[in-house]
Design a protein around this ligand. Structure first.
Ligand code: BJW
Ligand code: ZN
Length: 229
């Protein structure tokens, strides 16, 4: 049996990382839609960087929770018949030990230079100046994440689409599923005959097509999933 899992911000909520939408999703009264765009960065790069540095500092203090860890168990059980597709940029799946993982929206700990194109990991939670300078050429750097209106990394998206089309079970954990193209993957899986399982304390647009719904937080929900799969 081939198993694909799509995760969103909800899986990291119990690690203390705020979700984007709903309670606690706001930073200084800005909506993510107002900050996670190339236009916002062009208009006010320091403000956008401040948001990312605040999030980095929160993530740096966070630990993977029982939900992340249970997904590592699932990967060990299914081996190459398993793929974890995450919209999260926090790196908590990797810290828990997930290996068969694809990041659709980049990684908050990676930066990209707007002048020379260098891409590298950078674990700073503060910089002397904003926007920070590239270590290679001194140009301005930005977080290597995917903002609204930007294309997702081609390889990552192709892999995710291939798995959605070919898996037997597609599990959706802790995502509002309102952001595309990631939000489309559960529908694609369903269309291609997969059983869809949702783990989320709240109803989402995926709920009506889900074959099984576990209306629980990720930490207890993924443990239940381990018992049935
Ligand atoms: C728990 C829990 C617990 C709580 N346990 N669960 C109109 C229609 C359709 C599409 C569009 C449209 N207009 C524009 C678009 C496209 C746009 C889009 O989708 N917009 C919609 C908002 C309408 N998409 C894009 O622009 C994408 N790119 C694109 O389409 O490119 C086309 C292109 C092609 C070729 C060339 C050029 C362009 C890019 C989308 C990028 C999204 N980026 C962000 C920021 C990433 C960087 C960063 O982190 O800063 O990604 S936005 C933000 O939303 C982030 C997330 O990954 C993403 C999804 O959020 P997620 O994870 O679902 O979180 P929440 O907060 O929404 O939900 C949390 C859930 O957890 C809730 O359901 C809770 O109930 C649950 N929960 N506690 C389990 N304990
Ligand atoms: Zn550079």
């Amino acid at each position: 049996m081939k198993l694909a899992v799509l995760t969103g911000a909800g899986i990291s909520a119990e690690s203390g990382v705020p979700t984007f939408r709903g309670q606690g999703g706001l930073w200084k009264s800005y909506r993510p839609e107002d900050l996670a765009t190339p236009q916002a960065f062009r208009r006010n790069p320091a403000l956008v960087w401040e948001w990312y540095l605040w999030r980095r500092s929160v993530i740096a203090k966070a630990e993977p929770n029982a939900g992340h860890i249970a997904l590592v168990e699932l990967e060990k059980k299914y081996c190459e018949d398993f793929l974890l597709i995450t919209q999260n940029v926090d790196g908590l799946h990797q810290r828990a030990g997930s290996k068969r993982l694809v990041e659709l929206h980049g990684n908050i700990w990676r930066v990209k230079c707007l002048s020379c194109g260098a891409v590298y990991y950078d674990y700073s939670v503060s910089y002397a100046q904003l926007p920070p300078a590239c270590k290679e050429c001194g140009g301005h750097i930005r977080p290597d994440v995917v903002w609204f209106g930007e294309a997702l990394p081609e390889d990552a998206l192709e892999l995710a689409i291939g798995w959605a089309r070919s898996c037997d079970v597609f599990v959706v954990i802790g995502t509002s599923a309102v952001v595309y193209p990631a939000g489309e993957l559960p529908y694609l899986a369903k269309e291609h005959g997969a059983k869809v399982i949702e783990i989320n304390p709240e109803s989402t647009p995926v709920s009506p097509i889900a074959d099984v719904i576990i209306r629980e937080p990720a930490s207890s929900g993924v443990k239940k999933l381990l018992e049935v799969l």
